[in-house]
Design a protein around this ligand. Structure first.
Ligand code: SF4
Ligand code: SF4
Length: 343
């Protein structure tokens, strides 16, 4: 059984109160869970897609940054490139969004490089994956503070700590593998044979004649080519994700991202929307704000968020995605049983 520390607070509270709560929870983890802090700790955040208005704003992380700074601990925001077309699928575009969304106080590191090519292979030997492609700047650290916005997600059902680890810490190729289509497809009708993808491919797996084609024997599924195609001709199949196996693959990637690390997970259950922060438009919350949760166990902290959401609303608000928690517990990522320590 794991401990989950929780304080009820809403997003309308003063920013200073939200910051003080987050720090109090972090201190409790240090003290009660005996977690020693490293001298450099990346803060895994979601920067929010351009146009999204409900992501957790960086002002809410100032307390944690101040606290770490007082202890002479260096820190940086870390994030990874996304798979889909948008404003965050390359390092350059991502940095622009980071600035626009106010993530300027500490450095921002896009952990899988310019377009997903920087990753380390983490061996896990599980049912779906023997090895996972984890973004390099995450893989090399032994401790991360994972700051998650707890809310819904169109494919995963819900997103919290596990999703931040699974998709949020995977390189683009790792994301593609979780979506079950690790070799992207090129639409012949959209391809103009511009060769940008071939120039980007680290494996020389793209041959461009009248149209571009991927050599399946050479492709390692890194997904770098998807980001550079201005015609949106290179895609994966999102439909393949609507399966239980997708939830399991996510759990295995979360396991890989957390492997060997002494992480701290802090979930902000505010602005609980049906969709994710990766959606570039504003959404209305579908439930009341809950508060801030912290744990050393990513499964327990997500389970606690879901349970209290359900208790508060008197019904199952986010219906899908429980398989992720079940399977994550089965493979040893954490426990669904927890003790809620309410402040
Ligand atoms: S970048 Fe896109 S349009 Fe250009 S060759 Fe590759 S697939 Fe075709
Ligand atoms: S063709 Fe394969 S190896 Fe080459 S960039 Fe695309 S996903 Fe990566």
């Amino acid at each position: 059984m794991s401990n989950v520390y929780f304080q009820s607070i809403d997003s309308y509270s003063k920013t200073a109160e939200i910051n003080a709560t987050a720090v109090k929870l972090l201190q409790l983890i240090e003290k009660e869970e005996n977690v020693a802090l490293n001298t450099f700790i990346p803060l895994k955040v979601h920067l929010g897609e351009k146009g999204n208005t409900t992501f957790i704003e960086p002002k809410n992380f100032n307390g944690i940054i101040d606290y770490l700074t007082e202890k002479n601990i260096r820190t940086a925001f870390v994030e990874t490139n996304v798979l889909y077309k948008g404003q965050r699928n390359t390092n350059e575009k991502h940095m622009k969004v980071a600035e626009e969304h106010g993530f300027t106080r500490i450095p921002v590191i896009i952990a899988d490089g310019e377009a997903g090519e920087d990753y380390e292979v983490v061996e896990i030997d599980k049912k779906h994956f023997k090895e996972c492609k984890i973004a390099k700047a995450v893989a090399k650290e032994s401790q991360i503070i994972v700051l998650s916005h707890f809310k819904g997600h169109m494919l995963a059902g819900f997103g919290g700590a596990i999703k931040q680890l699974a998709m949020g810490c995977a390189s683009k190729g790792g994301k593609l593998a979780q979506h079950a289509n690790s070799i992207p497809k090129i639409s012949r009708s959209k391809c103009t044979a511009c060769k940008a993808c071939a120039a980007k491919c680290p494996e020389s797996a793209i041959i461009v004649g009248k149209k571009a084609e991927i050599d399946k024997n050479k492709c390692v599924g890194c997904a770098s080519c998807m980001a550079v195609c201005k015609n949106n001709a290179i895609k994966n199949s999102w439909l393949a994700s609507l399966t239980k196996a997708f939830n399991e693959r996510m759990a295995e990637y979360a396991y890989a991202a957390a492997k060997g690390k002494r992480n701290i997970y802090i979930n902000f259950a505010f602005n609980i929307t049906r969709g994710c922060d990766c959606e570039g438009h504003s959404m209305k919350p579908i439930a009341r704000d809950i508060g801030i949760f912290a744990s050393t166990d990513p499964v327990a902290v997500d389970q606690a968020c879901l349970d209290i959401l359900e208790r508060n609303e008197g019904k199952r608000v986010l219906k899908r995605g429980r398989r992720t928690l079940e399977y994550a517990a089965d493979i040893g990522l954490g426990s669904r049983k927890y003790q809620l320590v309410e402040l």
